[in-house]
Design a protein. Structure first.
Length: 441
């Protein structure tokens, strides 16, 4: 039962450990992916922020230059205003409008007229956000940018006012109008369509969003850019397809490969345990068989000298095993008129051929005894071959004639393993066992 439990418990444990290791490895991979994703997003937000800030600075500076152009003129010329603004519209292309606002805050000239006619004649001082921006421009003498607002032309955008003051007297304002969506899309340019979402925030108001409706999640990063007198926050977040592309395949591959490797290790461990159990059973059966079939075993080295004995040899010969080690195989033979048979046996040993039921005499405890041995050579990967030698289980003087004779009688031995009585005297055999021998080259 214990072997059976381990047979299933250990492979299950190996499988569980493999799955846990796969999950841990996947978590490490996810952490590395998250760091990589964050680094990529930081690079993206830095690049997009620099691009957007440069884009806005170029257009606002163009508005300031337009104001400087009219500051140098003593007389305001509406036609030259339209010509100057037409040039800027052609140069940049993403101005919604470049307008002239008089000192009272009324929009007198709009360019281009198409798409902006609704703003002409509009009194900006009657509107809260534009009126505040005009007032600050008059007080500071510097360009002022409004927060996001709904434009008279329609859509969401923002407006910049450049004050025009001649000889200390306010002459009016250059009114620069931007619609958010086309401006931001033009600023993003070739970056539009990349796997990132963008959001521009002015204060607490969202000026522009490109990407998911619910903006946020892992990998979100932001930077701050300066637009006139206002500070915008540019937020960038990787889109779902980008995150899936980075993590999906790797996570799936990690789990699949980890699961397969865990199953393979579990199967190999179970096979190893089954083989170990089978080997243990085989060894136990061999040990039981050996104990029942033979008195003792010995091993011979390449020079046909004894290199190992089992315990039974001590009781058989009446001597400790250490005294018997290193003896030549000839030392264990007592001549009995069987020189031809012994020479053939030695030829088999030297040629590393298997042998079976070789009978020869020996001297044990001062008496002549007969041994019947068999051997099978075994080879290893280095070319060395070994075999185990065991004499049969027998008793001294089992044959009545041999007991009464001073000369060994080989003919009195059973002629085969199936014989049960001595062919010479009829004494019943107590038992023969197989024996194996080992040799090393």
């Amino acid at each position: 039962m214990r072997v059976l439990r381990l047979d299933f418990l250990l492979p299950a444990l190996v499988l569980a450990l493999g799955v846990v290791a796969s999950v841990l490895f996947m978590n490490v991979q996810r952490s590395a992916q998250s760091e990589r994703l964050m680094a990529e997003t930081q690079l993206a937000v830095s690049n997009f922020g620099a691009r957007l800030e440069t884009h806005m600075a170029a257009r606002l500076n163009a508005g300031l230059l337009l104001g400087q152009r009219f500051l140098s003129q003593n007389n305001f010329d509406a036609e030259s205003f339209r010509e100057e603004t037409q040039l800027l519209h052609e140069l940049f292309g993403d101005f919604q409008a470049l307008n002239w606002v008089d000192a009272d805050g009324v929009i007198r000239i709009v360019t281009p007229v198409e798409g902006n006619a609704a703003a002409r004649g509009l009194n900006l001082r009657s509107l809260a956000v534009p009126a505040l921006a005009l007032r600050r421009a008059e007080l500071t003498g510097r360009m002022q940018v409004t927060p996001p607002l709904e434009l008279a032309q329609g859509g969401t955008g923002f407006v910049a006012y450049v004050p025009i003051v001649v000889d200390g007297a306010p002459r009016g304002f250059i009114n620069i109008v931007f619609r958010a969506a086309p401006l931001m899309q033009n600023a993003l340019g070739e970056n539009d369509g990349l796997p990132y979402g963008f959001r521009v925030i002015d204060g607490q108001e969202v000026l522009f969003t490109h990407g998911p409706e619910e903006f946020g999640g892992p990998g979100l990063d932001e930077t701050r850019i300066q637009v006139g007198d206002r500070t915008w926050r540019l937020q960038v977040v990787p889109l779902a397809e980008r995150m899936t592309a980075m993590s999906g395949l790797i996570d799936e591959a990690t789990l699949i490969l980890g699961g397969l490797a865990s199953m393979l290790l579990a199967m190999l461990s179970r096979i190893a345990m089954l083989r170990q159990a089978s080997l243990a059973q085989s060894e136990a059966r061999f040990s039981d068989f050996a104990s029942a079939s033979s008195d003792w075993y010995m091993e011979l080295d390449a020079k046909l000298r004894t290199s190992w004995f089992s315990e039974g040899v001590e009781s058989y010969f009446g001597a400790p095993r250490q005294r018997l080690l290193g003896r030549s195989i000839d030392w264990f033979r007592a001549p009995a008129g069987d020189e031809a048979a012994w020479a053939a046996h030695m030829a088999d040993l030297r040629a590393h051929r298997p042998f079976r039921d070789v009978v020869h005499a020996t001297i044990a405890r001062g008496k002549r005894r007969w041994l019947r041995v068999s051997g099978v050579p075994q080879f290893d990967s280095a070319g060395t071959f070994t075999a185990i030698v065991a004499p049969p289980w027998t008793r001294p003087n089992w044959c009545n004639r041999a007991a009464r004779s001073s000369r060994p009688i080989p003919a009195c031995l059973p002629p085969s393993r199936t014989s049960t009585r001595c062919s010479a005297c009829g004494t019943r055999r107590t038992g023969w066992s197989l024996a194996t021998a080992s040799f090393a080259s």
